[in-house]
Write a protein of this length. Structure first.
Length: 180
């Protein structure tokens, strides 16, 4: 018998002073059986950092043809393609051809450093791609916030995100990677 996804409910309040986006989002997340809570919460962070009424979760791990999050315009054109983790370089180049903007939130400590060393130069040729690194301590703190029913407030200012629950507040500072 196949394992089923675990459903999480999230009330997310976003106050993004950088983009002027202030909204409440009622989200339902399906955590794939092979997905960790850390990865799921990085998807939540990616949603908060790019929050928009048209932003939606894709099938992510279930298919190579869809990102973790995407935003399409009314005609179906992909405005934003957002992946988390360490996606395949060829898939990212293909995504850059399909979407106006591609964003990756990479994490994993030493594995992330190896991934970037192997793929950074090739990915630098993709003009519409931005890669952010998340520190291992930050993603571990995100995982601690995971619960089947969550209420999280997120304030974003000058590229930093503060995520708060009733019992904890954490600060996340994604670092933009560039090829040197």
């Amino acid at each position: 018998m196949a394992l089923r996804s675990t459903v999480y409910k999230l009330d997310l309040q976003v106050a993004d002073t950088d983009r002027g986006h202030y909204a409440d989002h009622a989200l339902t997340l399906a955590r794939h059986p092979s997905e960790t809570e850390e990865r799921m919460m990085v998807r939540v962070l990616a949603f908060a950092l790019n929050a928009d009424e048209a932003l939606a979760f894709g099938r992510g791990l279930s298919t190579d043809d869809e990102p973790d999050l995407w935003r399409k315009d009314l005609t179906g054109v992909i405005e934003q393609w957002i992946d988390v983790g360490l996606p395949d370089e060829k898939l990212l180049r293909r995504a850059c051809g399909r979407a106006r903007e591609v964003i990756v939130y990479a994490y994993g400590g030493a594995r992330m450093q190896v991934w970037w060393a192997q793929n950074g130069a090739a990915l630098a040729r993709c003009e519409n791609l931005t890669v952010f690194e998340l520190a291992p301590a930050d993603t571990a703190a995100l995982a601690r916030l995971a619960a089947r029913a969550m209420k999280i407030g997120c304030t974003i200012q000058e590229g930093h995100a503060w995520l708060s629950t009733d019992s904890e507040t954490i600060e996340i500072a994604p670092r933009r990677l560039s090829v040197s």
